[in-house]
Ligand binder design. Structure first.
Ligand code: F6R
Length: 609
């Protein structure tokens, strides 16, 4: 996890580093720090807590200088504290390092370095890097970095600044992202593009095993033994404001509102004008490839996993191929029975989630073909998969995923129909029925959002509840899981999701007065069964908030309140039902005074396992 940034040029580095870190705070915000070369001396300032704390310190004691590095931390090894904050230094304070990733052999390295006389001040894995650099320093920093990398196991993206190499920043990566930004006479390095977007749109991505050597004149990229590598520069075409809050109180709310646009952009170019076909130019499966597929595995984490659960219902129903959905952290270690007759779909907003990436590699090693559904162009997952289906949600900054989830759902529908077409198990009429309904989703999502005040009012009495159960059957259950995750991660309320028929096998014992049950009931073939389950919780005095399609006049007879969503094809219901659940979580979290965009203990991009 963690966000890192580096600057070399003619401007004051402090300001640029802080600006960059602001854009990277989604990667972690347990502490922050910078190191800048001030009149030939390396000056470090770092402090526990959010970036605002560091800004306050630097306002009192600014560091002047035009070369520097910065870090925002998500704690892994060592609790959040001043000492564990980056940058970390060697014994003499002559060099400083910011790092994202985990050095897995740090204990052995630390013990050895200590036996060689190095003294450590933090509990972090990172601190071994500056000490190794100090220990093996030859007078040539680049050569020393090349050597030190060979001693590190695990994942890293790090940047080094050194008093003895004052016109240089050196960056290296393995399994953690780094992007180089090219300005006019100034250069940037960062974990992610938003950190540099204010200053330049010209960039390239550093690959695993590469080193970037930044000087005030140029950036040079080499392989791990110093051989020069030519990089292809690309122009970032995002709108810089897209990454800003745009007047909304929180990124999460802004991103909830962006869903109609994100849905439209993700689907429109992939649906034929006559609504009869899904056209996925980026996925190169042939009819013969699809005929060969025995099984599909959808592998992901968290919210993306919940999108995968919807994907299972959709793909099995439309394309008639068995689908297993796996949590990436489990999949990678369970020696899955995979071969070249299986298709693996990995779903990841960031494209950098360590477990998802490892699962992808495991699948490829076993010969399976991998399709990635991701939101970040050029991310590790995108680069390593055989085919990539990008979700065009735009940058998602809030830790709680919203627009990425609904666009991932679109990804599932697109893949489902695409496979069904290639397998010839869907009629043109059936495809047209679903695609026509898909086209209407953005405007129906707008309708749901138009009701936001009503939903807010409805949920107001529930802001103080301590236990919430989300119930659903079939595809509604998959959405219930997402609703429950959303609520607990941003409001810290205990929430659970249950397949409604399962409740009576134990959990019903927890239902009593004061508990809120959110019951999703959009699947008409099992509607009566759902109503029976709702009656079971009503009989135990829970308050029940129902969710169904407008026009359904039955549900209100059993529950306390109903949130209605516009009628759509039942398979597509998740795209609309999840929006009131996002709104519910958002306003309950706001009412409880929670830090909605940066919930405690979490970070946006989980690049550690
Ligand atoms: C929850 C949330 C997380 C992510 C998960 C996977 O709101 O955002 O559960 O879905 O960490 O992240 P990606 O999709 O980047 O692989």
């Amino acid at each position: 996890m963690c966000g890192i940034v580096g600057y070399i040029g003619k401007q004051e580095a402090q300001e640029i580093l802080l600006e960059g870190l602001k854009k990277l705070e989604y990667r972690g915000y347990d502490s922050a720090g910078i190191a800048v070369l001030e009149q030939g001396e390396l000056v470090v300032s770092k402090t526990v807590g959010k970036l605002a704390n560091l800004e306050a310190v630097l306002e009192q004691n600014p560091i002047k200088g035009t070369i520097g590095i910065g870090h925002t931390r998500w704690a892994t090894h060592g609790r959040p504290s001043d000492e564990n904050s980056h940058p970390h230094q060697d014994c003499k304070g002559k060099l400083a390092v910011v790092h994202n990733g985990i050095i897995e052999n740090y204990m052995q390295l630390k013990e050895w370095l200590q036996s060689e006389g190095h003294s450590f001040v933090s509990e972090t894995d990172t601190e071994v890097i500056p000490h190794l650099l100090e220990h093996f320093y030859t007078g040539d920093l680049e050569e020393t970095v090349q050597n030190v990398i060979t001693k590190l196991e695990g994942s890293f993206a790090f940047v080094v600044i050194a008093k003895d190499a004052p016109q240089k920043l050196i960056a290296a990566r393995k399994d953690s992202p780094l992007v180089v930004g090219l300005g006019e006479g100034e250069y940037f390095i960062a974990s992610d593009i938003p950190a540099i977007l204010k200053y330049t749109r010209k960039a390239y991505i550093l690959n695993d095993g590469e080193l970037a050597i930044l000087t005030p004149e140029a950036v040079r990229v080499t392989d791990s033994i110093g051989k020069a590598i030519e990089k292809e520069v690309f122009e970032v075409n995002w709108d810089a404001v897209a990454a800003e809050k745009d007047g909304y109180e929180h990124f999460m709310l802004k991103e909830i509102y962006e869903q109609p646009r994100a849905l439209r952009e993700t689907m429109s170019a992939r649906l034929s004008n006559d609504n009869k076909k899904v056209v996925l130019e980026e996925v190169k499966l042939t009819a013969a490839d699809v005929a060969k597929i025995k099984k599909i595995y959808i592998v992901a984490c968290g919210t993306a996993f919940h999108a995968g659960m919807v994907g299972k219902y959709v793909i099995e129903k439309i394309a008639k191929i068995p689908v297993e959905v796996d949590i990436a952290s489990e999949f990678r270690y369970r020696d899955p029975l995979l071969d070249d007759e299986d298709l693996v779909i990995v779903v990841s907003q960031s494209g950098e989630t360590a477990d998802t990436l490892a699962a992808l590699r495991e699948a490829k090693n076993k010969g399976a073909r991998v399709i990635a559904v991701t939101n970040v162009v050029g991310s590790s997952v995108a680069r390593e998969a055989d085919d990539v289906l990008y979700t065009w949600a735009g940058p998602e900054i809030a830790v709680a995923s919203t627009k990425a989830y609904t666009t991932q759902l679109i990804g599932m529908y697109l893949i489902g129909i695409y496979l069904a077409q290639l397998k010839e198990v869907i009629t043109e009429e059936k495809a047209q029925e679903i695609i026509t309904a898909m086209r209407q989703l953005p405007s129906k999502a707008e309708t749901v959002l138009g009701n936001i005040e009503k939903i807010k009012e409805l949920i107001q009495p529930y802001s103080k509840v301590e236990d919430v159960f989300f119930l659903g059957r079939g595809i509604d259950y998959a959405v219930a899981l997402e609703g429950s995750l959303k609520l607990k991660e941003i409001s810290y309320i205990h929430a659970e999701a249950y397949a409604a028929g399962e409740l009576k096998h134990g959990t019903l014992a927890l239902i009593e007065e004061g508990i809120l049950v959110v019951a999703l009931a959009t699947q008409m073939d099992i509607f009566d069964k759902m109503v029976s389950n709702i009656k079971e919780v009503k009989a135990r005095d829970a308050s029940v908030l129902g969710l169904t399609f407008r026009g359904n006049n039955e549900l209100i007879k059993t529950v306390d309140e109903v949130i209605y969503i516009p009628k759509t094809h039942e398979l597509l219901a998740p795209v609309l039902t999840v929006i009131p659940l996002q709104i519910l979580s958002y306003y309950i979290a706001v009412a409880r005074g929670c830090d909605v965009d940066k919930p405690r203990n979490l970070a946006k991009s989980v690049t550690v396992e």
